[in-house]
Write a protein that binds this ligand. Sequence first.
Ligand SMILES: Cc1ncc(COP(=O)(O)O)c(C=O)c1O
Length: 387
Amino acid sequence: MTSKIYADNSATTAVSEKALSAMLPCFRENFGNPSAIYSYGQEAKNVLENSRKIIGKAIGALNNEIYFTSGGTESDNWAIYSACELKSKIGKHIVSTAIEHNAILRTLEKIQGLGYEITLLSPDKNGRISPEQLEKAIRNDTVLVSIMMANNVVGTVLPIKELCAVAHKHNIIFHTDAVQAAAHIPIDVRNLGVDLLSISAHKFHGPKGAGAMFLKIPLIPTAYITGGGQEKGRRSGTENVAGIAGMSAAIEEGVENLEGNAKYLTALRDKLIEYTLKIPGAYLTGDPVNRLPGHASFVFEGVKQSVYLINMLNDEGICASSGSACSASSKEAPHVLKSLGYDDEISHSALRISLSHYNTEKEIGIINEKLPRIITELRKGKGPPII
Ligand SMILES: Cc1ncc(COP(=O)(O)O)c(C=O)c1O
């Protein structure tokens, strides 16, 4: 690791030693195509099936309820199309929320072109959606409810078990985007009751480009990508064996250490929040209690562009972001903050500091020391020009 402070773990994480060790043989001695019937192929196939078992166990699912994908975006897309196809005879109405990741929002927008109607629920100021709100939005033709487990911009954890119960009362499929939640907060798909769930390896110290979708038996997903018939004919394409091996090692490690990491991260996060809120005109965004252990997010009065803030932090060796990795360089205020009721101006001052267990108390001390000065300078009008 360099001397830089990496504090953007909601965007992506460093691959852990265990994940890397699980991946390396798949590039070297165990490089076979898992569809091949000779020994190289069968060894690769064993890696896949063992990974499926590990990932299933990590979220309380059966191994044959896990389908491998290229990441969270693909899992979200596939989940929506599968639910719509499974319920195509019932109706064309979907309920989701205004704070979903674009992997959901843009897909819902696209599916409107196929005649679907979308209702997006607005969260309260803390980013929470209530079961009563969902109940009111459900119609006779609702086929899917898709609500994220934890928000990427403000870190709020949503009451998925209660929301899922409302959908099920009306016999509606429930999907949750658990990309920010997996291996960070406990997930048991049976206890939650969810039908579909998306995860992405690079958010929990696995590699980029590997993800999974859980689909509860007896539901069967659509054939999403057609071709050579991999993933029981439903998601063709030679599997990313190394990525999948890394993902299963990372989720296993994350779940094993979840309690200890959460305790450690909550303490670091709370120290960061405590110091940052001493800056006049600084506000915590998201839920103060129901939030991801390593996630701290703020807005600052009088700070005009978070791009300046992110650049000045970067000059001090601190890597953080304004909210979403996908819109980090965008001048548009994060849609999440706007839907939480923040006005346009203050939404532009967003800062997200997301920690991992690799972060140290010393690093938090450095952030706490540098941030107030940077905010003061920005308020005086200093900062690099926006390119
Ligand atoms: C909540 C959420 N869903 C989906 C995604 C997309 O995941 P991936 O980068 O694996 O495509 C992200 C990534 O930032 C996310 O935060």
